[in-house]
Each structure stands twice: as C-alpha cells, then as structure tokens.
Ligand binder design. Structure first.
Ligand SMILES: C[S@@+](CC[C@H](N)C(=O)[O-])C[C@H]1O[C@@H](n2cnc3c(N)ncnc32)[C@H](O)[C@@H]1O
Length: 377
C-alpha cells in the first residue's frame, strides 16, 4: 500500500492541464501532461483519493507495463508473459477495454479477443483453470492502449468512467459529460465562492457540477471503485477508502453560494430538477429565455453551453443561431463585474456574440472541437 506507483488519470482532450491542476492541488508528485492523460506518482491510497476527488478525470489507471505489440501474434506473446496470476484469481471476472490503434491492430474487439486469449492461456497453463470474462460488470477491468507498435497495459482503479457520477436520470443527446462540465468551470476560474447561473442549462450538467464545487463535495465519494473488487484489496485498503470518504464528507459546506439554472425548454428544466434532486444539490431553476437574463447579485459567473446546431438549436439553422448569439451579446455586455464563459461549438458564436474574450481554451466535446471563451464585460 505504501509503494510509490506511476499512475495515470485520463482526461478528454484539451482538459489535461485542468486535470493536472487538480492532481497538483491534491499534493501529488511528478504530474506530467500527456495527450488525453496526465501521469502522476502516488501510492494505491493516493490513486483511490484521486478517484474520490478528481472532477475532470475520466479514469484513474494503474499501469502494469508497456509491451511490444508488433501485430496480433506479437501482442498475444507480450501479454501472455505478464504476471496475471498476481492480478486475477479464479473467483473473479475480468474484462478488457482497448483504446488507440497500431499497425495490424485496428479493430478493438479483435484486439480485446486476442488479449483475452493471452490472459486465459497464461492462467490455464499455471492453474489448469481460467477466470470468466464479464464485459459489463467485471471485478478487474484491464485497459490496453495501443500506439506505434506498443501497448500500455493498465488496471482501471475506478473500474468505470468517472464521468458517470450516478445522478443522471436519463441520457440526453445534447448533454455534456459531467467531467467536461467540471473542466469548463475550473477552466473559467470558478472556485465555488460566488453565485453562478447557466441560462441554457439543458439537463443541468454545468449547474450541478458547479453546485458540487460550491458545496466542496468530492464528486465520487459515494461510488464503488473497481479496485475494491481486486484480489489484492484487503482490510487495510478498505479502511483507507472509508477514511478518504469520511474526510471528503467532513469537508462539505452546508450553506454554499447560490447556483441558478434556466432553459427555455420546460422539459429540459424538469430533467435538470430531477437530476439535481438525485445529485442532492440545491439549484434555483426556472423556465426562461437566455436573452432575458438579469445580473446576479452579487455579480458572479455566467457559464453555459449554447446550442450549436440541429440537436439543440435555438429554433433552426446557422442564420438563426447567429441572430440568437448576437442578441445574447447585446444583452450580456451589460453584465459588468461578471465573468462570462461559453463552450462555443458553433463556429458562428464568437463573431456573432461580438465581445472580445479575455481567454480561450480549445476543448473536445466528444469528437466536436469546441472553444471555451471567457469574457469580463
Ligand atoms: C447544448 S444544450 C445545453 C446542454 C447542457 N449543457 C447539458 O449538459 O444538458 C443548449 C440548450 O440551450 C437551450 N436554449 C436554446 N435557445 C434558448 C433560449 N433562447 N433561451 C434559453 N435556453 C435556450 C436549449 O433548450 C438547450 O437545452
């Protein structure tokens, strides 16, 4: 438990510096940004703490090693040689997730099958029996990241993507991932000290993440993690995790600043209300047009993800979006003392909004390249 490990937090592209900032704020060492990931050093206890506390990370991985992957057979041999008997036993199930690609290894399902064969064959040779695979709910999730003839093999400490905080009642096609919403808030400089409003809130993702920050609530304190089901997870590890959860709960603020959210769509507001209830956060919700937004008192943050096309449009095509963004700009230039931040997916946003951003950050909302634009009118 006290051994220092090289660990990896994965984060969506563009959010790596924010994830690195969170890791540094947790006091972790040797934090290094990579593409889509941040490496850091720490004990297993610190990896668990990262799972409990990180807002922007998708996964926390414990690397087992980097092996050669010169095509399917080469990968099979490399994986077969790893000491899987230290990580699995016959009572536990496992699953393999493949990311990235390499020459001859472009189909993730095929690679996962080959990797499974290697692990099963290695264990059968040792024990005369093999553990089962459970793709949906494995005890041990193995992540294989392929790149340039190599495979990084890791165990998923969190066990599943940390963006699934557990409060979302039903998926919504235009909703942001919780981890990306948290990245927008941190990227815009929101520390949870003042009021905040999302005037185009959809299912409420930004407002709920803001409320978690304002309440100083660790986003994943109540979740079960993959590592809890590993053969090596014993009483000492369990006690540490109980302590981390208790420490996180003790830090919670009882009377956080006001978080408001509104949308012109009644159904979106109903869904945000249901999500906020499930997330146990207080939001002031209303059905309203974003063009009617009143200043916050005291001034605070306006942070939103405006419509960017057909899926969540302001009533139609790019021309109508431009007119809408222009109207927002006209209204919001009067919000002196506020910080405004928008995740602009539509190319028309910046010019139509018309104000000069004081900061910008390139981010990816899934495959869509976006920009977080920050204004101080
Ligand atoms: C991209 S979605 C926001 C998704 C949200 N961030 C989430 O995670 O669920 C854009 C939202 O803007 C809302 N919207 C469009 N025009 C609006 C207007 N004039 N006033 C208020 N909301 C508007 C849409 O109803 C939609 O919910």
């Amino acid at each position: 438990m006290s051994e220092t490990l090289r660990l990896v937090a994965t984060a969506s592209r563009g959010t790596e510096p924010l994830c690195a900032g969170e890791l540094r704020a947790l006091g972790l060492d040797h934090v290094r940004e990579r593409v889509g990931a941040v490496e850091f050093s720490g004990t297993l206890a610190e990896a668990l703490r990262a799972c409990v506390e990180l807002r922007t990370a998708m996964r926390v991985l414990l690397p087992l090693g980097r092996v050669a992957a010169p095509g399917p057979e080469g990968l099979y041999e490399s994986l077969r040689a790893l000491p899987w008997h230290d990580r699995l036993d016959l009572r536990r199930t496992f699953a393999i997730e493949v990311t990235g690609q390499s020459e001859g290894l472009t189909h993730s399902l095929f690679v996962a099958q080959k990797a499974k064969d290697a692990i099963v064959d290695a264990l059968r040779a040792r024990w005369g029996a093999r553990p089962d695979v459970s793709p949906k709910d494995p005890d041990v999730r193995i992540v294989i990241h392929l790149h340039a003839g190599q495979a990084d093999v890791s165990l998923d400490v969190a066990g599943q993507s940390l963006h699934r905080r557990g409060w979302r009642a039903r998926p919504h096609p235009a909703s942001l991932k919780e981890t990306l919403a948290a990245a927008l808030l941190l990227g815009a400089g929101y520390t949870g000290e003042g009021p905040l409003v999302d005037p185009m809130c959809g299912a409420g993702t930004i407002a709920i993440e803001a409320a978690l920050i304002a309440a100083r609530r660790a986003p994943n304190a109540e979740r079960q993690f993959g590592a809890e089901r590993w053969p090596s997870f014993g009483e000492a590890e369990r006690r540490i995790l109980v302590g981390l959860r208790a420490e996180a709960r003790a830090r919670e603020r009882k009377d956080p600043p006001l978080i408001r959210a509104s949308d012109r769509d009644e159904e979106a507001v109903a869904s945000a209300r249901e999500n906020a209830r499930r997330a146990r956060v207080k939001l002031e919700l209303s059905v309203a047009d974003a063009r009617e937004l009143a200043p916050l008192s005291p001034p605070g943050f306006v942070l939103s993800n405006p419509p960017y096309g057909a899926r969540s449009g302001a009533g139609g095509g790019q021309k109508q979006l431009k007119t809408y963004f222009h109207a927002l700009g006209e209204r919001y230039r009067a919000l002196g003392g506020h910080t405004l931040a928008f995740l602009a997916g539509a190319p028309a946003f910046e010019s139509a909004f018309g104000l000069r951003p004081v900061a910008r950050r390139k981010l990816w909302n899934g495959p869509i390249e976006c920009e977080l634009l920050v204004y101080r009118p």
